[in-house]
Design a protein around this ligand. Sequence first.
Ligand code: ZN
Ligand code: ZN
Length: 335
Amino acid sequence: MDDLKYGVRDKRGDWKPNGRIEGAPLWNWPPRLPKILAWLPGYIWPWNAFHMVTALLYWFYIVPGVETMKTISWGWALWLYAVNAAAILVFYGIFELRYYIKRAQATRFKYNHKFPADAPSDVFWFQSQNLDNFLRSFFITIPLWTVVEVIFLWCFANGYVPWVGWQDHPVYLAALVLIAPAIHEVHFFFIHRLIHWGPLYRWIHSVHHNSINPSPWSSLSMHPVEGFLYHAVAFWHLIIPSNPIVALFQLHVAGFGAVNGHLGFDKLEVTEETAVNSHAYTHYLHHKYFEVNYGGDGLIPLDRWFGTWHDGTREGEAMMDARFQKKKERMNARA
Ligand SMILES: [Zn+2]
Ligand SMILES: [Zn+2]
């Protein structure tokens, strides 16, 4: 595909999409139903549908029986870890293999013209972004994802929290599934904003930001505190009356969905004419500029409300620069 029909490439070779990043049209006033209906399929397909399918597969084939889960034990905890790790190895691995190892798409639709493998750096373990990000994902973050999973399954199994049945309240649970990505957005925005506060940033979140040019393995490359807080989004289903399948869906939106922001390509070519939108640009800008786009795609436009939204346009850039300038002046005035 010709990526210059969809964006521009600068002298360095970095590509950026035309137009602005549009948040969900749910917040436009007056509300426009046709726009919302046109947006809805992209909200469900393919990414959220995929997270639902994996949640169902887990529930029916992976998660042990309720009797087993009443008692926490290494057996089923390690089993869940093994499946989580294998699933991420395959799912993220497909993107890594196709777009970063085989480079099937070269730099078409690629925001940063460089590939991490070509840029060794001292900030990473073994000077390798790939190896560093991979080891942190599999030996720090995925174990903590599993800890969250074991805790909520154990709570449901023991009846410590309400377990809403699909037969009893199908509409309620379906609605909860639909708003789960919004719960993710709010949870992520606030923990993310928190760990951008100076001391916490240096202690915790700088690990994730070492990858200025993120690739699939960067998605879950986190400090343990962040790795736990990020997946703890599933604990909302211990507070809201819910069902373990919905909690699993919530967990998968976080764990599997993290890759979306870190794909590095705006579109993933499937055939000569068709491509899947990655939704990666918003978070790519966060990795590039740090203090913009703390949330996701603008499903809940928190960044807009807090004045930290960068929509990928020149105006977005100017707004960010003005904010940085003001911050500098404030700091100079204090000094
Ligand atoms: Zn990131
Ligand atoms: Zn950040």
